[in-house]
Design a protein around this ligand. Structure first.
Ligand SMILES: [Zn+2]
Length: 220
């Protein structure tokens, strides 16, 4: 999708994106909304054409002033906004080509900068993991960086969210037979298999719904 903004055919630059990440449209009062294209699978990059446009500055007092905003200014502004999204020195693979199409050197430079940034994210995640062994402290951005670099990391996967005991509402692991907190039997079959079901109650509870079983267990 090519962004058509402003008039002046000659004032035109190309915004290049080498990352498959998708960003929400950019908004500016002087051109409205602009979507920066991301490469489709198999495409090395995507380009978004940017044209200069005329803006109006409200001086107050019903006075306005027309200003010309060049394509280069708009493209630089958008590239800066996207790239700096993740703090100091971040880079997300967007740059303004000097010509009408990116050169091999420009693309190689962008790929190097993107990889450098991703390696920094992975190093930060490694350090965090070493300290805490807690996957909660690993950001989505760090996980994405590791995947894009094709790295296997112990912190790459989201921890299985905990379940809640229906009786005491304590956080428990999925698939446990007996609640550690209140002793409710949550999986009869498994509990019986490991001899955790009190012998005398097996008969009595056979025909009951799991919910009422849990209720009885809680009230004992
Ligand atoms: Zn419980």
């Amino acid at each position: 999708m090519e962004a058509q903004i402003g008039a002046k055919q000659s004032d035109f630059v190309v915004l290049v994106n080498i990352s498959t990440e998708k960003w929400p449209p950019r908004h500016r009062t002087y051109f409205g909304s602009l979507e920066v294209r991301s490469p489709e699978p198999g495409e090395p990059y995507a380009i978004t054409a940017i044209r200069g446009c005329n803006g109006v500055i409200d001086m107050g007092d019903k006075r306005t002033m027309d200003i010309r905003i060049t394509a280069r200014e708009i493209a630089d502004d958008i590239a800066r906004e996207i790239n700096s999204d993740s703090g100091e020195g971040s880079f997300h693979g967007v740059f303004v080509a000097a010509g009408e199409a990116p050169t091999e050197a420009e693309l190689a430079d962008a790929r190097r900068r993107l990889e450098e940034f991703q390696r920094r994210l992975v190093a930060a995640a490694d350090l965090e993991w070493e300290r805490t062994k807690n996957p909660m402290f690993i950001t989505d951005l760090e996980r994405r960086a590791a995947r894009q670099l094709g790295l296997e990391k112990p912190w790459l996967y989201d921890p299985k969210p905990l379940a809640e005991c229906p009786v005491c509402a304590e956080k428990i692991k999925h698939g446990v037979a007996v609640c550690r907190s209140c002793g409710a039997i949550l999986d009869r079959e498994k509990a019986a298999q490991y001899g955790l079901l009190p012998a005398g109650r097996r008969e009595r509870q056979r025909n009951q719904e799991p919910q009422s079983t849990a209720g009885i267990e809680a009230g004992k």
